[in-house]
Design a protein. Structure first.
Length: 250
């Protein structure tokens, strides 16, 4: 299984249009950026997208992805679903998974597209392409529903918090424990008090609480300095997870 962070940025991305802060100027001068959030999961020759960012076309072309086999939407915010049409029109069938509330809210914007909705419940794993994938509730006000994603592949666990503040339900935290990789919302560094997201200190605290082996910050805003000491994700950064084979015992 391969996990690729297609976009690590927050809703405006980095550099921000019209912003001349130190980080945005550094990004322009040095030719780097943070695209909006989306994650590619590859396994058994199949491709799953966790959220479909407004930068989807660029992301799929750069990652050399020709077909999407499933989409999982975590919540109904523009920067997490708006890029769906970038590949929808070149495929004959796209299955989209989420809870009924999220699917209903996104449908208000994409009702002209005839994709296949697949309703799933939180805390109940769905088996897709050799992986068990579970949605958990998180807290991203004022939305009525927002989700994190837990992916199990053999003896490996990847947890994606989705957009959330620190007030994650206990039953969700129980399912998120002991991940090999934690991809966590961390919009801004310490000193920022956020109602909808976590700051860096809160994200690190969650990582420690969950006993994550490796952590990457996503939904990262331009508030971080260019050379931050925090584990900020990079666009198109990939992580490989192998299944147990005979070689592991030799």
């Amino acid at each position: 299984m391969r996990v690729t962070i297609l976009g690590s940025g927050d809703s405006p991305g980095t550099p921000v249009i019209g912003c001349h802060c130190k980080t945005c100027e550094h990004a322009r001068k040095n030719g780097w950026e943070r695209l909006r959030f989306s994650i590619l999961i590859e396994n058994n020759g199949k491709n799953i997208l966790i959220d479909t960012s407004p930068d989807m076309r660029r992301q799929l072309l750069k990652a050399n992805v020709e077909k999407i086999d499933a989409v999982i939407w975590t919540h109904a915010h523009y920067d997490h679903f708006a890029g769906f049409g970038e590949f929808y029109r070149v495929q004959t069938r796209v299955n989209v998974y989420s809870t009924p509330e999220v699917l209903e809210d996104v449908r208000k914007y994409l009702d002209f597209m005839k994709y296949k909705e697949r309703e799933i419940e939180v805390l109940k794993p769905v088996h897709l392409f050799g992986m068990d994938i579970m949605l958990v509730d998180v807290n991203h006000p004022p939305l009525r529903r927002s989700h994190g994603v837990v992916i199990m592949y053999r003896n490996h666990k990847v947890v994606i918090t989705g957009d959330t503040n620190v007030e994650i339900p206990k039953e969700s935290l129980n399912e998120m424990k002991n991940p090999n990789l934690l991809i966590v919302d961390a919009l801004a560094p310490e000193g920022y008090r956020l109602k909808k997201h976590m700051n860096a200190i809160e994200a690190l605290s969650l990582s420690k609480r969950l006993n994550a082996k490796e952590t990457r910050f996503v939904h990262v805003g331009h508030f971080y300095p260019p050379n931050s000491r925090y584990p900020l994700a990079k666009d198109f950064e990939s992580f490989e997870f192998r299944g147990v084979s005979l070689e592991d015992f030799l």
